[in-house]
Design a protein around this ligand. Sequence first.
Ligand code: GLT
Ligand code: MN
Ligand code: MN
Length: 393
Amino acid sequence: MASPFDPQREDLFTFGLWTVGNRGRDPFGEPVRPVPDPHHLVRRLAELGAHGVNLHDDDLVPPGASAAERDRIVREFRRTLRDTGMQVPMATTNLFGHPAFKDGAFTSNDPRVRAFALQKTLRAIDLGAELGAGIYVFWGGREGSEADACRDPRAALQRLRWALDFLCGYVLDQGYGLRFALEAKPNEPRGDIYLPTTGHMLHFITTLQHHEMVGVNPEVAHEVMAGLSFPHCVAQAMAAGKLFHVDLNAQKIGRYDQDLRFGSEDQKGALLLVRLLEGTCGGGRYTGPRHFDAHAYRSEDEAGVWEFAKGCMRTYKILAHKARGFDADPEVRALLAEQHDPRLDPLLAGGNSREVAEALRGVSIDADALGRRGLGYERLDQLLVEHLLGVRG
Ligand code: GLT
Ligand code: MN
Ligand code: MN
């Protein structure tokens, strides 16, 4: 039976081939699911109402494939995309799997490793452009250290900057319509990864030559691993005009990178995130793909994988519905109504001047009365919880 929460193409839901194709291998156990067929994954995702698939170079073209083999694989994949109406909005490079990357790719001390990383990325950018991707993600999972004396972290940042400047230049030279999105993570697989949070990335971007074509791809799990508020991180990226892409999943704090089904943990955080992305609280709406960078529990067979995929999309839509209900609730609106003070509004709105500073000094404010005043946030938060639990709205 049709449900208003059934995913539709226009919801812009996407999955990585590596997510629904995840074989359930972990550091302690072998794969539990068979090698996936990318064509099958695309067809099933299309049937479920997804908008597209994202991929690493190696997810589609096996490393070491000949040029002819590569062209055949890409041609056949494009045919499946055409037949199913699926898009490839984002592409990326696997710069973490090959043993050569054990001490980083773009930040490695060895120029041969850095050159190999660039060669691989140039080929993967060509592939992404050929498949019509608009966003190219960089997740520097191996760009970090355990024996931290191995390099000056400033040298690592400089190498990373050089690589991104070089690759931006390549994209511009080729006339590809690609923009870059940098994805932060604090640790795993390295002990410490450079630029560990989205906030670090946002600053780093300002130091790049082509900073206008570089934004961020924050991931729920990664900021939660760092103990941070994901909605705050996304809000800062949105405010800076830098939310180019987003990796949705779920994570328990204090764990390894779990990449759980979206909304399966911390439903309040997930609701606040969807509220931001959908713009139900005002402010802009995020218009890019809603990408699920997550995978099914290791307990699952293929049927469980599709339950997982449906669950990600369905929960997003349910939370969007809840967010709209919450922000339209008259009691919530009253609690959140903007406060005004005719004496202060003109002083706080404009910029600084000698007169404004002087006028501000002269305003009398009863700070003790402000300190005694209740703000009603217990009620506000309870309303949020009641919307979430389905007894209101
Ligand atoms: C890897 C990682 C993700 C990144 C992917 C892009 S690969 O699965 O855990 O967070 O987004 O390289
Ligand atoms: Mn990710
Ligand atoms: Mn992750």
